[in-house]
Design a protein around this ligand. Structure first.
Ligand code: NAP
Length: 439
């Protein structure tokens, strides 16, 4: 075990391990948690209460999480000293105990500090950002059919324009880069430009898509859509799509069918030669979709801008979305907005085994310490974590209790201000109601 400087490993817990390429979860797993900055102070106790109650109820006291407090953000500075926003202890603890959960963290202001979330993803190689988005009955939504939304977004986390390879306008470095591209590569970039680089690799793409397909198989999902802007950025976004199909066919042939193959099958059934494009063929079939995939997962792709329309107008045609980093960032928030906003949107950053589960919103500093905000996002991230542990019964119990609590219109301020006849409760009050509604 790593030597921790200021972290106390709970004596009543057992570490999660990896055996034969699988997680081995004891009945009393040690799980590190980062409370988080700002509203983390309110969200974490509320979420822990609900997670503990569900585990206790679901397993009659035979299972219990041994929580281990670790530090990042402002709390880490208090504990470890100036500038120590992300101490070694924290990284070592997550590596050692494999699964962890966190509240939101402030991005430190000032030179040299990058987002702590981005740093955690980078250092721990958490290459898949997984965000399920679905509607809870009763949550106010701007969408006409919010119940159609039940998607899971797999966003690549380590590449794309997010990889931080950029040069500021006016610097010697950017001048060198521009000179190289203009002279050596025959391009014509304006000399007063800043430059960012967008790397997208076979490695990064395939490991993300592999994870998405494995998830789809395990969860009985119907389709995976590659969201990309490959019509314009052919060798990055277009390649992402091509490598995605390649991997699906090479590694999961028995489980998948591509949309194009499905159309070919439908055309063959109709006795039509497959010469038309899928869209045109839909017209021919009177708008009917292609045939039955017979339990296989449909692999398809859509251009990024069109999918922003489609998730609003044809929401139920989308299930799992796998996409490069920047698209994933945008589509996650857009989808969350359709089901009631970020207060209810959970997330996880996952590597080969390590899983860091987190609220998707920020630290909302103006509400910190007021016991006011919605802990739904962090609680639902906890549900994802329980499912990842294989403790599905406890996860389901929380989800059902949240549903019940919202259906009887007991909600925090953010939902209350959009609902008629609702009862407003505090963050801790909401958690207590959810525990009461656990059956
Ligand atoms: P934010 O903290 O997400 O807050 C923006 C607004 O979203 C809040 O004012 C509030 O809206 C609403 N909101 C957020 N969380 C809520 C909750 N649990 N319940 C109800 N409403 C909630 O965004 P920000 O103000 O742009 O960012 C603040 C800090 O957080 C920054 O330092 C940023 O870098 C950081 N951040 C961290 C993460 C992360 O750790 N994963 C993610 C994003 C941002 P109303 O005012 O309308 O009530």
């Amino acid at each position: 075990m790593a030597n921790f400087d200021r972290v106390i490993v709970p004596e009543n817990g057992t570490p999660i391990t990896i055996e034969n390429n699988e997680l081995k979860v004891p009945d009393n797993p040690i799980i590190p948690f980062i409370r988080g900055d700002g509203i983390g102070i309110d969200l974490w106790p509320a979420s822990q209460l609900v997670l503990d109650a569900a585990v206790e109820k679901a397993y009659g006291g035979n299972r219990k999480i041994a929580w281990m407090k670790i530090y990042a953000g402002d709390e880490a500075v208090d504990k470890y000293g100036d500038g120590q926003y992300l101490p070694e202890d924290t990284i070592n603890a997550i590596k050692e105990f494999i699964i962890a959960i966190k509240g939101p963290l402030t991005t430190p202001v000032g030179g040299g500090h990058r987002s702590l979330n981005v740093s955690l993803r980078r250092i721990l190689d958490l290459y898949a950002c997984v965000r399920p988005v679905k509607w809870f009955k009763g949550v106010p939504s701007p969408s006409v059919h919010p119940h159609w939304m039940d998607i899971v977004i797999f966003r690549e986390n380590t590449e794309d324009v997010y990889s931080g390879i950029e040069w500021e306008q006016g610097t010697d470095a950017v001048a060198k880069v521009i000179e190289f591209i203009n002279k050596e590569m025959g391009k014509n970039i304006r000399l007063d430009s800043g430059i960012g680089v967008k790397p997208i690799s076979i490695t990064g793409t395939k490991r993300l898509v592999r994870k998405a397909i494995k998830y789809a198989i395990a969860e009985g999902r119907k389709s995976i859509t590659f969201m990309h802007k490959g019509n314009i950025m052919k060798y990055t976004e277009g390649a992402f799509k091509d490598w995605g199909y390649e991997l699906a066919i090479d590694e999961f042939r028995d489980y998948i069918i591509t949309e194009a193959e499905l159309w070919d099958e439908a055309m063959a059934e109709d006795g039509v030669t497959p010469i038309t494009k899928p869209g045109a063929f839909a017209e021919l079939r009177g708008g009917k979709p292609a045939g039955d995939p017979n339990g296989r997962i449909i692999i398809k792709d859509r251009i990024a801008d069109s999918i922003f329309q489609q998730i609003q107008t044809r929401t139920n045609e989308y299930d799992i979305i796998a996409t490069p980093n920047l698209n994933g960032d945008y589509i996650s928030d857009a989808a969350a907005a359709m089901v009631g906003g970020l207060g209810m949107a959970p997330g996880a950053n996952i590597g080969d085994f390590i899983g860091l589960f987190e609220a998707t919103h920020g630290t909302a500093p103006k509400y910190a310490g007021q016991d006011k905000v919605n802990p739904g996002s962090l609680m639902l991230s906890g549900v994802m974590m329980l499912n990842y542990l294989g403790w599905r019964e406890a996860g389901e119990m929380i989800e059902k209790a949240i549903k019940r609590t919202i259906e009887v219109k007991t909600v925090t301020y953010d939902l209350h201000r959009q609902m008629e006849g609702a009862t407003k409760v505090s963050c801790s009050g909401y958690a207590a109601e959810i525990v009461k509604n656990m059956v």
